[in-house]
Design a protein around this ligand. Structure first.
Ligand code: KIV
Ligand code: NA
Length: 277
């Protein structure tokens, strides 16, 4: 299939063909996304928890994100490669945000970057990055990097006042130049109204029907431990399969049934004799 470009995403949205986005954090998950034929691969800062074991997304550093992104880049050809700008890499100034985005393009081959929030400083960052020629995806509703200020990891836009705030945020991010918008954890009927007011495609997570959907790959595959958020659907039980595989290996090693004849190099009696002598 042909390389996914911004233009292709626009065509999908215009044709009302939902856009498929999934996260990846390394070569393996990047290959899975590529082979599954998704449209956009997001190197999410959710990698903080999912693959680095941190308690929240604010813990992951720019250098760590770049390492993950570079591994994904080596795996992904056809989908658009989108990278999250992590906490701490854009807060100081527009210049810092542009320099960070350039690093994602130069060092990790990012084709677009995603930045959370819509306050005046965030909007200024979006404009600056777009002005530098790097396509930007916005992210409103639940924005995990500032979840503490939002009252924790909880749904947004559940009162009229807050729904209007999310709608204003969405319109402002579009006006600042974003080519698409992630909306996270907002009631579906509120998202429906926001979409009517927007021209750019909305990629939802916990947001009901939208122009596209995004999920954390390890959540949908059932690799992450514990109960995922309500908006996650588990399409496979890969975590259980992985543990069962390693358990079977451990059992066979302890029973001395592995390695069997199939898994050893052919005998070389003369060589062994030479070693013995
Ligand atoms: O980091 C992430 O995984 C994300 C998606 C859930 C949108 O930002
Ligand atoms: Na993220």
């Amino acid at each position: 299939s042909p390389k996914v470009t911004l233009r292709r995403l626009r065509e999908l949205a215009d044709a009302e063909t939902p856009i498929v986005m999934v996260t990846a954090y390394d070569f393996v998950s990047g290959r899975v996304a590529e082979r599954a034929g998704v449209d956009i691969v997001l190197v999410g800062d959710s990698g903080a928890q999912v693959v680095l074991g941190y308690p929240d997304t604010t813990s992951i550093t720019l250098d760590e994100m770049l390492t993950l992104a570079k591994a994904v880049r080596r795996a992904v050809r056809t989908p658009l490669l989108l990278c999250d700008l992590p906490f701490g890499s854009t807060e100081l100034s527009d210049e810092q945000a542009v320099a960070t985005s350039v690093r994602f393009v130069h060092e990790a081959g990012a084709e677009a970057v995603k930045i959370e929030g819509a306050n005046p400083a965030r909007l200024s960052r979006v404009r600056a990055i777009v002005d530098a020629g790097i396509p930007v995806v916005g992210h409103v509703g639940l924005t995990p990097q500032t979840a503490t200020a939002l009252g924790g990891l909880r749904a947004q836009g559940r009162t009229a006042e807050d729904a209007i705030r999310v709608a204003r945020d969405a319109l402002a991010v579009q006006a600042a130049g974003a080519f698409a918008l992630v909306i996270e954890a907002v009631p579906a009927d509120v998202v429906h109204e926001i979409r009517r007011a927007l021209d750019i495609p909305v990629i939802g997570i916990g947001a009901g029907a939208a122009d596209g959907q995004v999920l954390v790959q390890h959540d949908l595959l059932g690799i992450t431990e514990g109960r995922p958020p309500v908006f996650v659907k588990r399409y496979a039980a890969v975590g259980e399969a992985m543990v069962e595989g390693v358990e079977a290996y451990a059992r066979e090693v302890r029973e001395s049934t592995f390695p069997a004849a199939d898994h050893v190099y052919p005998a070389s009696p003369e060589v062994a004799a030479a070693v013995r002598d």
